[in-house]
Design a protein around this ligand. Sequence first.
Ligand code: ADQ
Length: 454
Amino acid sequence: MSRLIVISNRVQAPTEESGAQGGLAVALTAALRSTGGVWFGWSGEVGETTEPRFATYDGVTSATVDLPEQDVEEYYDGYANRTLWPLFHYRLGLTEFERDFEGGYERVNRVFSDVIAPHIQPQDLVWVHDYHMIPLGWFLRQHGLTNRLGFFLHIPWPPTRLLTALPQHRRLVEALFAYDVVGFQTQEWLETFHDYVVREMGGCIGEDGEITVGGRTIRAIACPIGIDAQEFIANAFGPEASSAFDRMVTSSAGRSLIVGVDRLDYSKGLEERFNGYQRYLETHANAHSNVYLLQIAPPSRASVQSYRDIREKLDAMSGRINGAFADVDWVPLRYVNQGFPRTMLAGIYRAARVGLVTPLRDGMNLVAKEFIAAQDPEDPGVLILSRFAGAAEQLQEAIIVNPYSPDEIADAIARALSMSLDERKARWNPMFEGIVRNDVNWWTDKFCDALAAD
Ligand code: ADQ
């Protein structure tokens, strides 16, 4: 079996301090452990040394490098988080176009390739992750590597007309042709990628995902990421989740809990979600004090202005909603700016009557899957899911909404809260089965099989 080399912006391999990690890390570390592979990435630290630091913990080797301040600003805060992230989430108005960002992005990818290439052996399978590292494969090829190289994009692929707003769009997409296999979360993103290749590059789409441009043929596939379903289900009924569940039941005092859990990011549609919930409160006065929304949203990327702006907006909105609707013994919105251990989240999901997952655009959205996995089969809660989350392609039995419409969100909340047990079970069962079947190990195997197949 070939050794697997994983490369991503940040390494999530377990360490002595971090212990167990999320689903993606669990699946990839399992594959790394069984093949004796290595996970390369940025340490998250600022520093000048480019020598990788190797560490082996629990049978998995990771190798990390520091990045100089300028690289963090231009590559990570800049091109990754202020150019590609907003553009790929259809937010042209928030997208910043700076040559320095682009230069920093290429520089870091080149330096990464210089650092990593000497550690790659001829038979290794190399799997590069996400938008931070698109050109890495191209730079690795410049080192003469002939290995099978794969790339997986965790976020959406934007429509051609949006992508062409990026000054170096063609150069970016051409870099993808250095890989042998390129994976997307959904059929929709795969099709938008095809559209670019045909319109802008004159490429041909062949059988079985083959794409040819000029003399080069690669495979592009839809390969939706899953969660570690077995572990999440076990967690949901373990002691920590049960104590979180009990805590929620006690503090709910008979009220129905609606839950939202997201990184604090403008792509997650939190502002629109609050508007939708407010519309529900306005139009369902009789439900007041029988229901509340718990929104958990730990801040992320605080060095980027647009993230500080959305945080301020949400602070103001949550204050306004509570000011307008709260009673002496009821607060309609509990807005919490911190993260919680996944075991605790599992218990909170299980205590919720409704999961409100309404991103404006999301590559997949694992919270939607985790919510389903955590439910009690005898009394499952209802998932309200944005049609613009990649997860909507698989979770079709959710109540699917347009997250931009406060009325649709309000109607969906009302419908979810009054749904019969029979209908809740009928909707939950097929989603649960799909999540168990197409879990994160299925995803890893599917991608690695495609990568290994010559
Ligand atoms: P994210 O944008 O981070 O990931 P998502 O998939 O929803 O989005 O969440 C990732 C994980 O973070 C989940 O396991 C979730 O439990 C955890 N998480 C979220 N909020 C949390 C909180 N408040 N406390 C603790 N944990 C929390 C990117 C893409 C997604 C894609 C994933 C995986 O943007 O579209 O689904 O990668 O490919």
